[in-house]
Design a protein around this ligand. Structure first.
Ligand SMILES: [Fe+2]
Length: 283
């Protein structure tokens, strides 16, 4: 029997923006995210289902920084025993400082700050007007000069599995039944390609896109259906240059499925419905 991955799911993405308050207001109004907390230098937003009574204590953490982009990722374990196992696995594979109490912190081979922890208890949903039926923060896709090395490290250290790969340039990794929580695509320098938010249905996706367009945030690419993952997608780039994927119908995978190998490169597999993305999408 194959051992399950050491983490259960993607817990949060930390994003750098020049003014977290300004960005939070945009994400609340336009993307329908829910503010669940803030301090002097950061704002926490939840990707909340429409009818949720309680929500996460922060799926998107906005931090102050001159250069907008991804500043870190969090993954969850369900018990302190699993946290200790993750700490041991990470300590064997990194030169970093020993993990602190309650959180395993480290840099992966591309220098991304990663934290593993048992999630905080959910919080009561603030009294906001319900918007869309988000399911959750779905995944983060990162550019990497060596995506194969990244994929191997996350497999060997934390037990992730490669659901699909496009030649040797794009790897989709899962830590549960979702097709991917993390993906690596070849790129000149490390960083985020996009942050993926999952919606329950195609109808919810339609409502989000209506809202985005209404607020002057046009679509960069989509709607379409990906080859790897089979999800229906729409991509938008926000005023800070951060790309978001809104998606639904992502493939769920049983543990014994072999890695899928796709040929023909990103341009041939990115959209089964036909139209190809603009060149900005490949930057
Ligand atoms: Fe994606």
């Amino acid at each position: 029997m194959v051992e399950p991955p050491l983490v259960t799911h993607l817990l949060f993405a930390r994003l750098r923006v020049p003014d977290p308050e300004e960005a939070a207001t945009f994400y609340e109004r336009v993307l329908g995210l829910v503010r669940v907390g803030s301090d002097d230098s950061s704002v926490r937003l939840s990707v909340a289902p429409r009818d949720a009574v309680v929500v996460s204590s922060g799926d998107i953490v906005l931090e102050r920084g001159a250069e907008p982009g991804l500043s870190g990722l969090g993954f969850a374990v369900s018990t302190t025993t699993e946290l200790a196992a993750a700490a041991g696995a990470v300590a064997e594979r990194t030169d970093g400082a020993p993990p602190g109490a309650g959180t395993v912190s480290f840099l992966d081979p591309d220098g991304c700050e990663v934290e593993i922890r048992v999630p905080d208890a959910p919080v009561r949903r603030p009294p906001v007007v319900p918007s869309f039926t988000f399911t959750k923060l779905g995944h983060v896709t990162r550019r990497s000069p060596d995506p194969g090395r990244q994929a191997r490290w996350w497999q060997e250290t934390l037990g992730f599995r490669v659901s699909d790969q496009i030649e040797d340039s794009f790897f989709f990794l899962r830590c549960n039944r979702d097709h991917h929580a993390l993906a690596f695509v070849e790129g000149a320098s490390p960083g985020a390609h996009h942050v993926g938010l999952e919606l329950e249905t195609w109808d919810d996706l339609r409502l989000v896109v209506d809202r985005l367009v209404e607020h002057g945030a046009p679509i960069e690419f989509g709607p379409g259906r990906h080859g790897p993952g089979k999800n229906i997608f729409v991509y938008v780039v926000d005023p800070w240059g951060i790309r978001w994927e809104l998606f639904c119908e992502l493939e769920r995978i049983d543990d014994d499925r072999a890695t899928g190998h796709w040929q023909g490169g990103r341009r041939e597999t990115v959209n089964l419905w036909g139209p190809r993305p603009p060149e900005t999408y490949f930057e």
